[in-house]
Design a protein around this ligand. Structure first.
Ligand code: KG4
Ligand code: ZN
Length: 342
């Protein structure tokens, strides 16, 4: 403990970013360090799990030391070591979990397992000191599209989820057929700003009897078919218009589901999280919807939307305060519900 504040080291390795950070009292980021693998996977058009876990093993020690150095702390000054233990790529998760277990063993510090989606939600806490549960959070990333009722810092209920693809997957697939590099969300975002969002009519899926659930596979197929048809006809591909239409369709669908969810549960505080929370269209649409109803909208800074160590340390603080601890028998899990306990 320093100045009476609880210091948590957060370690993240669930996909292709190795990251670590030191956060005080769940809200104050003292340091942040990361090693991205984007260029390693770019030529394969997606994350190759075996390559990802090997690279995590090579970089994790330097990333954690960098986070501690930047914070000017050593292990003895930490109150706990938090690590993403589920869900994610199993080989990737195992590197972080094994490293954190090693640190906990040598230092005698408590080990706190963190759920990846819980940590994405917590990426809002450092930027918004006054954000407290209960609130509603849309979590949209490469692997997840969930509407979560955050009843408490460690109490979650999923009230809407995707039935097939995640929103991020749909952005990435569109980028791929248009010839942009992986991960393509950011390229679609940039191209969309120069396109006409009404040039094409793509399907917006509503699921009968489940107004809060999503389905993005129909949109993905429609985009692929549109591009193929244009190619077959020898027509030029209006990449910027297609990008703008896909972004419009995804942002509009996510926002309208969020609007329905807020009405259904009477929530007036709305947050967004996950890699797709960086999307300018989604940020704009959600902003307008919240303004219309007088809701308060909380957005993480773009730098904390993707996977990072600070969100793990932030959520780790609240798990630590709630008494959550893991032993040295902690195992990583590829899948796990956000509402389940480790
Ligand atoms: O949360 P994240 O870093 O990793 C997962 O947990 O999946 O999310 C990555 C996803 C990718 O699909 C990426 O293309 C998407 O977030 N993404 C974006 C933007 N920035 C990242 N999608 C749309 N617009 C963006 N600006
Ligand atoms: Zn993530």
């Amino acid at each position: 403990m320093t100045d009476g504040k609880i210091l948590i080291l957060g370690i993240e390795s669930s996909c292709d970013d190795t990251a670590a950070a030191v956060v005080a009292d769940g809200r104050e980021i003292l340091s942040s360090a990361a090693s991205s693998q984007t260029e390693l996977h770019e030529k394969y058009g997606g994350v190759v799990p075996e390559i990802a876990s090997r690279r995590h093993a090579e970089t994790i020690d330097a990333v954690v030391k960098d986070a501690l150095d930047k914070a000017g702390k050593d292990i003895s000054q930490l109150d706990a070591i938090a690590v993403t233990a589920a869900p994610g790529l199993i080989g990737s998760l195992l590197v972080g979990v094994s490293y954190a277990k090693g640190m906990a063993y040598v230092s005698g510090k408590p080990l706190v397992p963190v759920h990846h989606i819980r940590s994405h939600i917590a990426s809002n806490y450092p930027a918004h000191p006054d954000l407290e549960p209960p609130f509603l959070c849309l979590v949209a990333s490469g692997g997840h599209s969930h509407i979560v009722l955050v009843k408490g810092y460690t109490d979650f209920e999923v009230i809407g989820r995707t039935r097939d693809d995640a929103a991020g997957e749909c952005f990435d697939k569109t980028a791929r057929v248009l010839g942009y590099p992986y991960p393509g969300g950011i390229y679609i975002d940039r191209a969309a700003s120069r396109g006409n969002p009404h040039a094409f009519e793509f399907p917006k899926c509503r699921i009968e009897g489940a107004p809060l659930d999503f389905s993005f596979s129909g949109l993905k197929t429609a985009v692929i078919n549109t591009v193929h048809r244009l190619k077959q006809a020898g027509s030029p591909i209006p990449a910027e218009d297609i990008a703008a239409c896909v972004q419009h369709t995804i942002a509009d669908t996510l926002t309208s589901h969020l609007e329905t969810a807020a009405e259904m549960c009477g929530c007036v505080k709305i947050a967004i999280a996950g890699g797709v929370a960086a999307n300018s269209g989604l940020r704009q649409y959600a902003g307008k919807m919240c303004e219309k109803h007088g809701y308060r909208l909380f957005l993480p800074p773009v730098s904390l939307c993707g996977d990072n160590g600070a969100m793990v340390a932030s959520q780790g603080f609240y798990e630590f305060e709630a008494g959550v601890r893991a032993g040295l028998d902690l195992n990583a899990r590829a899948t796990m519900e956000i509402s389940d306990a480790f």
